[in-house]
Design a protein around this ligand. Structure first.
Ligand SMILES: CC(C)(COP(=O)(O)OP(=O)(O)OC[C@H]1O[C@@H](n2cnc3c(N)ncnc32)[C@H](O)[C@@H]1OP(=O)(O)O)[C@@H](O)C(=O)NCCC(=O)NCCS
Length: 136
């Protein structure tokens, strides 16, 4: 069956980011909870801490935040903070994005209604790709 026209979306923005895991490991070691609370939601912190290799988990979520700022085309300007974006994982493990506060306002002004995120990592790097979509 052909998809209905109402389900069509257009891509409004795309962003990627790559974070060295060692850099995240150092930030956590040097600045601990203070850094984590400035960059990650309580849910993200709990999720990452509950998993093995937490530095990779934090690094991929940090990359997702930066990727959102690139997809918006703003970078981290205009009052946007790292806490405006959070990654939540579905029971299947699939990550989803929560975009709130100033980032959500800017996204709404651009017509963005959907976010797609994909994360990956190796021992050395964590990476995120984010696509922002809106109605066609
Ligand atoms: C763009 C941003 C989101 C990421 O920059 P970055 O991580 O320093 O740099 P990256 O190497 O990942 O990305 C650089 C690329 O971003 C792209 N970029 C720059 N400004 C952009 C914007 N407004 N929108 C989309 N993409 C942008 C450019 O293509 C640039 O590459 P180029 O210089 O070769 O053209 C930056 O605006 C930012 O706000 N960084 C915040 C960093 C931070 O707070 N770190 C805290 C550590 S505790």
């Amino acid at each position: 069956m052909a998809p209905s026209l109402s389900s069509r979306v257009r891509i409004i923005g795309h962003g990627i980011d790559l974070v060295p895991v060692e850099r995240m490991y150092r930030l956590i070691l040097d600045h601990g909870d203070h850094f984590l609370a400035r960059a990650f939601s309580p849910q993200e912190i709990a999720d990452c801490r509950a998993q093995r290799r937490e530095a990779e988990r934090f690094a991929s979520r940090f990359a997702a935040k930066e990727a959102v700022f690139k997809a918006l085309g703003t970078g981290m300007t205009n009052g946007i903070t790292l806490l405006d974006v959070a990654v939540e994982s579905l029971p299947s493990g699939r990550p989803t994005l929560i975009v709130r506060a100033r980032a959500a306002e800017i996204a709404a002004a651009q017509g963005i209604t959907q976010w797609h995120v994909s994360l990956t990592d190796t021992d050395a790097y964590s990476m995120a790709s984010v696509i922002a979509c809106g109605p066609d």
